[in-house]
Every structure is written in structure tokens, then in C-alpha cells.
Design a protein around this ligand. Structure first.
Ligand SMILES: NC(=O)c1ccc[n+]([C@@H]2O[C@H](COP(=O)([O-])OP(=O)(O)OC[C@H]3O[C@@H](n4cnc5c(N)ncnc54)[C@H](O)[C@@H]3O)[C@@H](O)[C@H]2O)c1
Ligand SMILES: [Zn+2]
Length: 346
């Protein structure tokens, strides 16, 4: 097992890569513990929930809502949760985002940890302390920054994931490499097939390197004043695709990254060759790299992104693989560029 520690002003969070879920109890204080999970995860892993109270929430982005929070709070009241209770979010990014938020605000904050069960949440969602829910059409609009005490990342649980969900996780790994780590990108180019075959060593390496990249960014800028924005590479586009289609988060991020990379090339920052390497790598993972959508609808959805500032929006672009930067542009300028872009992907 490898441990990555994230130290922020208020907390120390330990990411336990390669730890087994069977060892969960070792990390719990001797107090009442409530597990928050979803139905699919519960169906696979209920044998690990023995002796705990369990709260099950609905699945999918449509359940990442204030209503689900209310449901969790009602269950906490029924289960007589008090200030000393420990909460474990046991699931993918949605369970961790929602339960982490519930634990952060119930009775002004309870102690909590994560058992992260999807590739996407192991490499990204459960690391960094962003917890929250969607509000109306706005993604992740309501939430807090608060680090879990521990995150268990066990590669065995990835074996029960649906193939599509597993593949979606690679989008965030490619993202980490593209914005920060050329060597990791080269490693992905050489090992994507083993990664897809769930080779334990390769997956362990990829999870470790991705978490390391994210943990450094989060330590430097927990509250997203600057550096942390780079983690949104591909996401401003992705959030609008998620609103308009039923693409998974990772799938939407993949297409968003292709667009952001294409835009970087168009504006003269990125070479055509590097753009093509990104496009090819995402395709090798079986991730979607193009989408046909009404541009007006995409832009209107982008206007609802919380990174918007008046009539401008912050995008993350790249100079070369491994080096990203924040780029502010007017929404109407973006409309023109996207028009051109679309015919030019590939
Ligand atoms: N907080 C952050 O910093 C951050 C970062 C990236 C993404 N996110 C959020 O994460 C969410 C996406 O997370 P996700 O991709 O993990 O999706 P998810 O939580 O919806 O899980 C995907 C599906 O897989 C099932 N599942 C989970 N683990 C399983 C397992 N081991 N075996 C079988 N089935 C399993 C779930 O029941 C669900 O149906 C999005 O809402 C996104 O916004 C948050
Ligand atoms: Zn993401």
C-alpha cells in the first residue's frame, strides 16, 4: 500500500492506495459509524457493511441534489446520529460528493472518510475535499471544501464496475497527465492496453500518479483561487455536455478535453502533433472524442457554469502536454471559435 498525505490549513487527509476494503475498520475511531452508499454498490459489497448502520441513496447525476441531502439528514435523525458519529461514504464520485457534504454540514460537521469504488473517484473525485450537490441546472453549485480523514482506494473493487464506468475513469487520468505530467502521458501511451486489462501494477501506478498530481495542486490552492483551476481542463465544455446528453462525467470530460486541446492548437499555443497525441490516446481508451450538438445550446449551458464571470469565461488551455494555463475569453468570441472548431476535430 502507498499513502499520499494532503495537508491543508485545517486538516490532514490520507489517501490509501492499494489498501483493501476489508481493512476499513482499522481506520475508524471507536464510535458509532454510518455508511452512506448507493444501491448498486450495496448489492456488491453489503457483506462489508456488517455491524454498521447503512443509508442508501439513489444513483446518477439526477440524485446529486438537495432532496437527496434531505433524505440523508432524515435517515441520520432516525439513526440518532450525533456529533461523535463517524460517516463513511462508500461508493463512487456521487456518493462521496453528496455524503461528504452531508457529513460536513450535519450538526455543523461530523468526522468522515471515503471508500472510493470507481476509477474516476479514486483518481479524482474523492481527492481534494470538494463536496457538494447540483442545484437546478447548475452542476456542483452548492457545497463546501472539506477533506475526508482517509480515502481507501482498493483496485479489486474496480473489477465489478461496468466497463463503461471503468473506461470513463481514464479521462481524469489523461487530464492529470495533460495538465501537469508529460512523463505520465508517455506512460499512458505505452500502457493503455494493460490498463484496460486491469493490470494491477499499471492501475496502481496510474492511481498513485494521478492522486499525487491532484494532491500537490490542492495543497497549493485548496480553495481554487488559481492553480486548482487547471484541474478543470475540459470541464467547462464537459459540464454543458452533461446537461444536454446522458454522457457519463468522464465521457463528457474526454470530449471537452479534445475541444480544449483543439482550441489551444487553433489559438497557436499547442502543436498539431501534440493535439493529435491527446486525441489518439483518448480514442485508444475507448473514450468518446466527438459530439454533435447544437452549438447555441452548448453555449447557453456554458453560461450557467459557475466559472463564468459576467460575459467572460475561464477556460483551461495547454501550451504543451504537461503544461496548462488559465485563459479568459468573452463568450461571444468563444461562439465563433467553437463554430470553426467543430468541423476540424480529428
Ligand atoms: N469532488 C470532486 O473533486 C470531483 C471530481 C471529479 C468528479 N466528481 C463528480 O463525481 C461524479 C461521478 O463519479 P463516478 O464516475 O464515480 O460516478 P458514480 O458515483 O455515479 O458511479 C457510477 C456507477 O457505478 C456504480 N458503482 C460504483 N462503484 C462500483 C463498483 N465498485 N462496482 C460496481 N458498480 C459500482 C454506481 O452505483 C453508479 O451506478 C460526478 O458527479 C462528478 O461531478 C467530483
Ligand atoms: Zn471531473
Amino acid at each position: 500500500m502507498k499513502i499520499i498525505e494532503i495537508k491543508t490549513d485545517t486538516k490532514l487527509s490520507k489517501i490509501l492506495i492499494g489498501e483493501k476494503i476489508a481493512n476499513l475498520k482499522q481506520y475508524l475511531p471507536p464510535v458509532k459509524t454510518v455508511i452512506v452508499t448507493d444501491k448498486t454498490v450495496s448489492a456488491h459489497y453489503h457483506s462489508f457493511f456488517n455491524g454498521f448502520n447503512v443509508v442508501e441513496i439513489g444513483e446518477g447525476e439526477e440524485n446529486k441534489t438537495l432532496e437527496t441531502l434531505q433524505y440523508i439528514f432524515s435517515r441520520f435523525v432516525e439513526l440518532e446520529v450525533d456529533r461523535s458519529t463517524f460517516i463513511v461514504a462508500f461508493g463512487g464520485g456521487i456518493v462521496c460528493d453528496v455524503a461528504g457534504f452531508a457529513a460536513s454540514v450535519f450538526m455543523r460537521g461530523l468526522r468522515f472518510g471515503f471508500v472510493s469504488t470507481t476509477l474516476l473517484s479514486q483518481v479524482d473525485a474523492s481527492v481534494g475535499g470538494k463536496n457538494g450537490v447540483n442545484f437546478h441546472r447548475y452542476k456542483n453549485m452548492i457545497g463546501v471544501f472539506n477533506q475526508p480523514e482517509f480515502v481507501i482506494c482498493d483496485s479489486d473493487v474496480l473489477k465489478t464496475l461496468e466497463r463503461k464506468e471503468f473506461i470513463a475513469g481514464f479521462a481524469e487520468i489523461v487530464k492529470a497527465a495533460v495538465i501537469k505530467d508529460y512523463k505520465l502521458f508517455q506512460y499512458l501511451e505505452g500502457h493503455w492496453q494493460q490498463a484496460l486489462d486491469l493490470d494491477e501494477e499499471v492501475i496502481g501506478h496510474l492511481v498513485y500518479e494521478s492522486v499525487l498530481i491532484k494532491s500537490k495542486v490542492v495543497e497549493a490552492d485548496e480553495r481554487e483561487k488559481g492553480e486548482r483551476r487547471l484541474l478543470n481542463f475540459g470541464h467547462t465544455f464537459a459540464h454543458s455536455f452533461e446537461k444536454l446528453t446522458d454522457l457519463l462525467h468522464g465521457e463528457a470530460v474526454s470530449i471537452g478535453m479534445v475541444l480544449a486541446a483543439k482550441l489551444s492548437e487553433k489559438l497557436g499555443f499547442l502543436s498539431r502533433k501534440e493535439y493529435q497525441r491527446i486525441y489518439t490516446l483518448l480514442g485508444n481508451f475507448g473514450l468518446p472524442v466527438d459530439i454533435s450538438l447544437d452549438i447555441k445550446k452548448v453555449l447557453s449551458a456554458m453560461k450557467q457554469d459557475k466559472k463564468r464571470e459576467g460575459d467572460s469565461i475561464h477556460l483551461v488551455l495547454i501550451k504543451q502536454i504537461g503544461e496548462a494555463f488559465s485563459y479568459k475569453t468573452k463568450l461571444n468570441k468563444l461562439e465563433e471559435i467553437i463554430h470553426d472548431l467543430h468541423s476540424d476535430i480529428g
